[in-house]
Design a protein around this ligand. Structure first.
Ligand SMILES: [Cu+2]
Length: 366
């Protein structure tokens, strides 16, 4: 395949036109006089939005709750599943006093956890809210076909389109907006996970949780108060100001913490939206009994400390909790916890001295 054809195929799979008209339509507020080149298909990363925060809906808490996901499927047959997703741009807080123009599926980051069975036919209706400043689309990594669905779901503000696909392969997959510039749409919050359960389902556990790592590229440095604009140059340099679990700093702390009781089996569906950083997922004070590397459900491995989650990938981890206390979920590239990449699993129950105990020097003298 020559270079030109390859470029067009990529552009069409991202469902973005390379024509000047189309670019103008999607990026009315961009400054196209800048002569800086970029080499990707479709719209430029040089995204200079000038929005009025007052024009968008406010969302009090952008974070998707870690326990907000559908229960395991109980049926043993395939069926047609209908899913409605809304692309909605909102204003919400990265941290107290630091607000941002998030682009979302259904007003949370990550978007809804989708759960279907291998062999199901999925009819996905994507609606773009009339207030949106951009067109949006969806690419589900569970889909086999051009753009993972993005080629048929590019929706302008106020529009709805339907993608029908067969969930042919069990696994845990990332979905995200793929409208040009795709990295920009992901960085602004348009991502989530879809689980395609194998025919026999997953093993029974006491708790399932939904966690996704993502990055925020704000124009001012981390901690700067006030409304923060998206900074496309920082994104190109792969230098996020915030790296967070479930959309914002502190999303999985205090009331957002994951919970369990000693003896419980816990499963975490963990995805990484990126757009740049690979996550080294770890729970401090725990060993994963079972990890499904890169979320390949057929190839579990045992007794893992830290597992990689690629940008645009996922993993599934399972472990029994044996001792009460707070266990910290992290990206073990640990400087990132200061950018927000951490959460808490709070375990209640009986202490087991044989498993873990602390003794002070004072105690030892008696
Ligand atoms: Cu989008």
């Amino acid at each position: 395949m020559n270079k030109l054809i390859l470029g067009l195929v990529i552009a069409s799979s991202l469902n973005v036109s390379v024509s000047a008209n189309e670019k103008d339509k999607h990026h009315k507020s961009n400054n196209h006089n800048d002569k800086v080149m970029n080499f990707g298909p479709g719209d430029s990363y040089r995204h200079k939005m000038k929005i009025k925060p007052a024009d968008f809906k406010k969302v009090k808490n952008i974070a998707k709750a870690a326990d907000d996901l559908p229960a395991p499927l109980t049926r043993n047959y395939i069926r047609k599943v209908e899913i409605d997703l809304n692309a909605v741009e909102v204003i919400s807080d990265i941290a107290k006093g630091i607000s941002y123009h998030y682009w979302t599926f259904n007003k949370t980051v990550p978007g809804p956890f989708l759960r279907v069975r291998e062999g199901d036919t999925v009819e996905l209706n994507l609606h773009n809210d009339k207030s949106s400043s951009h067109s949006h689309s969806i690419d589900l990594h569970a889909v086999t076909g051009p753009g993972g669905g993005a080629a048929v779901t590019e929706v302008e503000a106020g529009e709805t389109k339907t993608l029908t696909f067969k969930a042919k392969t069990a696994g845990l997959y990332v979905y995200h907006c793929a409208s040009g510039n795709a990295a920009t749409h992901i960085a602004n919050g348009m991502y989530g996970l879809i689980l395609v359960e194998p025919p026999k389902g997953l093993s029974k556990v006491d708790h399932e949780y939904y966690v996704m790592q993502g990055e925020l590229y704000t124009h001012k440095h981390i901690g700067k108060m006030g409304f923060q604009r998206f900074d496309s140059k920082k994104m190109l340099k792969e230098k996020p100001e915030y790296i967070v679990f479930n959309g914002k700093t502190g999303a999985l702390v205090d009331k957002g913490a994951l919970t369990a009781t000693v003896g419980d089996k816990v499963r975490i569906f963990m995805g990484n939206a990126g757009v740049s950083r690979i996550s080294s997922f770890h729970v401090i004070g725990e060993i994963f009994d079972t990890v499904y590397p890169e979320a390949a459900l057929s190839n579990p491995v045992k007794n893992i400390q830290t597992t990689l989650v690629p940008a645009g990938g996922a993993t599934m981890v399972e472990f029994q909790v044996d001792y009460p206390g707070n266990y910290v979920l992290v990206d073990h590239a640990l400087a990132r916890i200061d950018r927000g990449a951490w959460g808490i699993l709070s375990v209640s129950g009986e202490e087991d001295d044989a498993l873990y105990r602390g003794e002070t020097e004072h105690k030892n003298k008696h």
